[in-house]
Design a protein around this ligand. Structure first.
Ligand code: PLP
Ligand code: TYF
Length: 396
């Protein structure tokens, strides 16, 4: 009956995690998946989140509404747009609690494809693999725009601007407001100003996917591009995830925000979002939504949580510095400053596929074939081994 079903080769990142798990070498090190690990190599639960979990407890949770927990939706909008953002009182920001950032992307993609059916969309070259899959799954033809420059380990900004300047009205451009996955290479505020000006002039639809708020600069500066797009009154879609910054990976906590031109249209958009949710999974998970609501709505817990995220961010920065220090000492002729300029959990290392393969085969160190390294997987116990091995393969 199912013989005709096409074989699925597996997700490249998740398959590599499996290969790692089956690797018998005791000294193996995984820097492949995008998960934050602490200095002991463990996934930490922030104390603020633990406090919230204890308060919420294990009792029965009823269904949430289709659009999610009302308090969560209000607090998320404040976190992303800034608590005093004037649009918050204009009732034209649609907020839906979603199944992680992935769910927000899917819901946004489905909505745009259904109601603006002629649109094409573009992702950065490269981007998180799943962006393409999610948008193609919603019916989009997905192209890519110039982004990463392998020669400078920076952004091909001139080419990116030129490309945006060719796009027709209502084209969706997927942007990473902070901590670009997979490269770690972000736009500066000035570059955002330029790009968003082009987005406005050409009447493009910016879809900002923010899965790492708090890991780049701070919670406010990481949301710079989103807030600027709101200030410019662009037809913004924004997805966010609490998987990493609240360690809610398995609880599936995220949100989709849409800026509508007015309250009446916001109501229409929300209605269709609810309908779509109803027809796919009826309502989002209660536990994770309540946890995030509890943290975000309690002033002390909010500050404690943000401080805890900044500790994670600072630990990642220390690992970047250490990697830079060791590699620069070992190979003084090479400029490794990109390791400290990149932001967030990931670094495009500049390693070739062959070099990545050598790291895996000879040193049991796992990076993605693209050369992406999860800096948050480094710690005081493994960084010397990783830096030594990288220096060895960089030499070849
Ligand atoms: N968007 C980006 C850029 C990501 O890196 C991720 C997760 O790794 C997601 C979205 C998905 O987030 P979630 O795990 O909450 O679905
Ligand atoms: O490492 C990454 O970029 C992500 C991590 O359900 C991830 O792919 C893994 C599983 C999942 C969502 C995100």
């Amino acid at each position: 009956m199912y013989q005709h079903v096409q074989h699925y080769a597996g997700d490249p990142i998740l398959s590599l995690v499996e290969t790692f798990q089956n690797d018998p070498r005791p000294n193996k090190i995984s820097l492949a998946i995008g998960i934050y690990f602490d200095n002991n190599g463990k996934m930490p639960l922030p104390n603020s989140v633990l406090t919230a979990e204890k308060q919420i407890g294990f009792g029965v949770k009823s269904y949430l509404p289709m659009e999610g927990h009302a308090g969560f939706r209000t607090e998320v909008a404040k976190l992303i747009l800034g608590a005093d953002n004037p649009v918050l009182t204009e009732n034209r920001v649609v907020v839906v609690q979603t199944l992680g950032g992935s769910g927000a992307l899917k819901l946004g993609a489905e909505f745009i494809h259904r109601w603006l059916p002629q649109t094409k969309m573009y992702v950065s070259d490269p981007t998180w693999d799943n962006h393409r899959g999610i948008f193609e799954g919603a019916g989009f033809e997905v192209g890519s725009y110039p982004y990463y420059d392998a020669n400078t380990i920076g952004v091909r900004f001139t080419q990116m601007c030129a490309f945006f300047n060719t796009l027709p009205e209502n084209t969706v451009v997927l942007l990473h407001p902070c901590c670009h996955n997979p490269t770690g290479v972000d736009l500066s505020p000035e570059q955002w100003d330029t790009i968003l000006q082009i987005v406005a002039e050409r009447k493009l639809i910016p879809f900002m996917d923010m899965a790492y708020q708090g890991f780049g600069g701070d919670f406010d500066s990481d949301a710079y591009a989103i807030r600027k797009a709101v200030a410019m009154n662009l037809p913004l879609f924004a997805s966010c995830s609490f998987s990493k910054n609240m360690s809610q990976y398995g609880q599936r906590v995220g949100a989709l925000l849409v800026l509508a031109p007015n309250a009446a249209e916001a109501e229409l958009v929300l209605g269709q979002m609810k309908l779509n949710v109803r027809h796919i999974y009826s309502s989002p998970p209660a536990q994770g939504g309540l946890i995030a609501y509890y943290v975000l709505s309690n002033k002390e817990l909010l500050i404690q949580w943000q401080t805890e995220v900044y500790e994670m961010r600072d630990r990642i920065r220390q690992m970047r510095q250490k990697l830079y220090d060791v590699l620069s000492r070992r190979l003084p002729e090479k400029d490794f400053s990109y390791f400290i300029k990149q932001r967030g959990m990931f670094s495009y290392t500049g390693l070739t596929v062959a070099q990545v393969q050598r790291l895996r085969d000879e040193f049991a160190i796992y990076l993605l074939d693209s050369g992406r390294l999860c800096v948050a997987g480094l710690n005081d116990g493994n960084i010397d081994a990783v830096a030594d091995a990288m220096a060895a393969v960089f030499k070849t």
